[in-house]
Design a protein around this ligand. Structure first.
Ligand code: ADP
Ligand code: MG
Length: 442
């Protein structure tokens, strides 16, 4: 569907294989097409509508968490003792907190992921996999896919079905939120946005460039190459490998600055798996929505079982449960980007190694979802071209901008669908397993 699919990787902006070119042995890049399904996959209408309907509440929830130092501190206390990456993020958060926040404009471009759990009685139920608060992607690159899928359905005579594949304006709406933040910042021509478009001057930089050329003035305004930055949009920085010591300094510089960050450090932390687990504990959501029990119920209805591994009797119970029936669970560290979770016997191995000490608090345990299985053909370089049993993950996009105490924009901006073979437990577009898809509403 697209001539080339551009994704950020550690040292390139191209999707594709990095192979060493003989005889010079310099890396070269193979540009390939966006991986996608040949046909759209069926998705139950009720599940999709439920996921879309709850999104603005998740936007609000993430934003509320990001403003709650007591909650963040308490929820992540054991995790940061066990996980170095989360500890480093938290260190930046503490520094910024102590200095006092300078910027009252806050924004989020987030994606809440779900699978449809096929229960034993046959009824489907929507279950959240995770929320992504940094570098949430998948829109943009897949915007042309509805055209392809309509064409495919028509070409096999499924005219009525083809009409059920809808275009979405998700990229326009996501950029609208960035533009809103830029406007609120000052609306001056000479101010720019680090990465992104729409008649707003944009620059794209690496952490390294920021650490060499970025600076703050006396009012903490962020300058790069002599130009003031209004909005910083992180498309990077969500996993340990993305950072060198200098990058951590650059991240701190940007976080301390007056620029609007998408996301700021507290919103980034709000997206950790540990926070997701703490939110599922009884009484926690109530705290964030004291006056809105119906909103709270709507959010809670999407939660799967989530269990703490902090030291203590509750964590001990979690360990016992996981060791008895590992096939029923997923073990998750505080990582993003796919390929980090443990399933089945691997859970036993990891837990046997860490169960006796506080290292286990780096993980959470989650009920394993048994998604509906469909048949489709995955088109991806190097995958065999054959009918495959697949399962899908819905991603609902949300955008919000808050100015001081007021939410000036809070929207559900569309959805994406990603599909993988049921033989793969974990997913990942970059990891080479998952492909883009469109829901065929049933
Ligand atoms: P990441 O931040 O690395 O994307 P996720 O929590 O989204 O971590 O998990 C990665 C993948 O693992 C998901 O896309 C999904 O395929 C699989 N997965 C995660 N949680 C579950 C679960 N509870 N049940 C079944 N599969 C899961
Ligand atoms: Mg994920």
């Amino acid at each position: 569907p697209q001539y080339k699919y551009i994704e950020e990787q550690s040292n390139s902006h191209f999707y594709g294989d990095k192979k060493n070119c003989s005889p010079c042995m310099k890396p070269r890049f193979v540009v390939t097409y966006l991986p996608f399904t040949l046909f759209p996959s069926p998705v139950p209408k009720a599940a999709l509508l439920q996921a879309l309907a709850v999104q603005t509440h998740f936007n609000t929830l993430v934003d509320k968490i990001s403003q709650d130092p007591d909650f963040l501190g308490e929820a992540l206390d054991r995790t940061i003792q066990a996980d170095d990456f989360t500890a480093k993020l938290f260190g930046i958060y503490k520094t910024v907190q102590q200095e006092g926040r300078t910027q009252s404009i806050v924004m989020g471009l987030i994606r809440s992921d779900y699978m449809v759990d096929q229960r034993e009685d046959g009824t489907p139920s929507l279950r959240q996999i995770e929320i992504n608060t940094i570098a949430a992607g998948g829109f943009g690159v897949s915007d042309q896919l509805p055209v392809v899928h309509r064409h495919m359905l028509k070409s096999v005579g499924l005219l009525e079905e083809s009409k059920r594949i809808q275009d979405q304006s998700r990229t326009r709406e996501m950029t609208a939120a960035l533009a809103k933040a830029w406007e609120l910042y000052g609306q001056q021509r000479q101010q720019l946005c680090l990465f992104l478009s729409r008649n707003i001057p944009v620059i794209r930089r690496k952490f390294d460039d920021v650490s060499r050329k970025g600076s703050l003035d006396g009012d903490k305004r962020l300058f790069i190459d002599g130009v003031e930055v209004a909005v910083v949009y992180y498309r990077y920085g969500y996993m340990p490998d993305n950072y060198t010591e200098q990058s951590w300094d650059a991240r701190l510089l940007m976080e301390r600055s007056l620029a609007v960050k998408c996301p700021d450090i507290s919103t980034h932390l709000a997206g950790t798996k540990k926070i997701q687990q703490v939110l599922a504990k009884p009484g926690v959501l109530e705290k964030f929505f004291p006056e809105q029990p119906e909103v709270m119920e709507q959010i809670r209805a999407t939660f799967a079982g989530l269990y703490t591994l902090d030291m203590g009797p509750e964590g001990d119970q979690t360990v016992a449960k996981a060791l008895t029936s590992p096939e029923k669970f997923v073990l998750k560290p505080q990582r993003e980007g796919g390929g980090n979770n443990y399933f089945g016997e691997d859970i036993v191995q990891v837990l046997q190694a860490v169960k006796g000490d506080k290292r286990r608090a780096a993980y959470i345990l989650m009920d394993r979802i048994q998604p509906r299985t469909e048949q489709n053909i995955l088109l991806r370089k190097d995958l065999p071209l054959k009918l495959t049993s697949v399962c899908c993950e819905i991603g609902v996009l949300g955008a919000y901008v808050r100015h001081g105490g007021e939410m000036v924009l809070n929207e559900v901006t569309g959805h994406i669908l990603r599909t993988k073979s049921i033989k793969n437990n974990d997913a990942g577009i970059i990891g080479g397993v998952t492909v883009f898809d469109n829901p065929l509403i049933i």
